[in-house]
Design a protein around this ligand. Structure first.
Ligand SMILES: [Zn+2]
Length: 191
């Protein structure tokens, strides 16, 4: 991994892993795909390897990412879906060319169109977002409880009570903040 770039936070759900390439949207935002090459890297580790990426394609990817974030957030809080976000998601889904293929081991992979364009990969991500937002998959859209994050994530836990987009980052930070607040309270009550 090239030094100096924020690492990826990969989850099991493609669309929300993608929206997670920008984190801390309500704090000090961290852009995890700052260059076209980092988008190429992210797509490769997500099973959507592309040939190359231009800065225009990176812009398009970010536009789709923020559209998915906006639509998933609205769906999580049962607001009407923003029309502009729906349009971007649909455009990307329509323009992408990709096919699902079955491996001999019985798992599903994506085969991008012959040119393996970024647009083809974005089509797969857009379709994944559509299946989640449309409620077709087993799980529930929710917003991260961290006030600086508020990322939309897909809760597939049995009880559907997951609070954080990511246990290792937001979950941990929240626990530490609570622990420190507790300590401060103990100190002031001891005076
Ligand atoms: Zn979070």
């Amino acid at each position: 991994m090239p030094a100096g770039f924020p690492d990826f936070r990969l989850g099991s759900v493609l669309a929300t892993s993608f929206t997670g390439t920008l984190s801390e949207r309500h704090g000090t935002a961290v852009e995890r795909i700052p260059t076209p090459q980092r988008l190429v890297d992210w797509l490769a580790v997500s099973g959507l390897a592309v040939e190359s990426c231009t800065s225009d394609q990176l812009e398009l990817a970010r536009e789709l990412r923020e559209a998915i974030h906006a639509a998933a957030t609205a769906a999580a809080i049962q607001d009407p879906l923003p029309a502009s976000a729906v349009r971007v998601i649909n455009d990307c889904s329509i323009r992408g060319r990709a096919a699902a293929v079955l491996t001999s081991e019985g798992s599903r992979q994506w085969r991008l169109g012959s040119a393996s364009r970024v647009e083809d990969a974005l089509g797969v991500i857009a379709a994944d977002a559509i299946s989640i937002i449309a409620g077709e998959r087993d799980g529930k859209l929710a917003l991260c409880a961290s006030p600086t994050c508020r990322a939309a994530f897909f809760d597939t836990s049995q009880s559907r009570t997951r609070k954080w987009c990511d246990m290792n980052t937001c979950g941990n930070r929240q626990k530490k903040a609570r622990f420190n607040a507790g300590k401060r309270k103990d100190a002031s009550s001891a005076q």
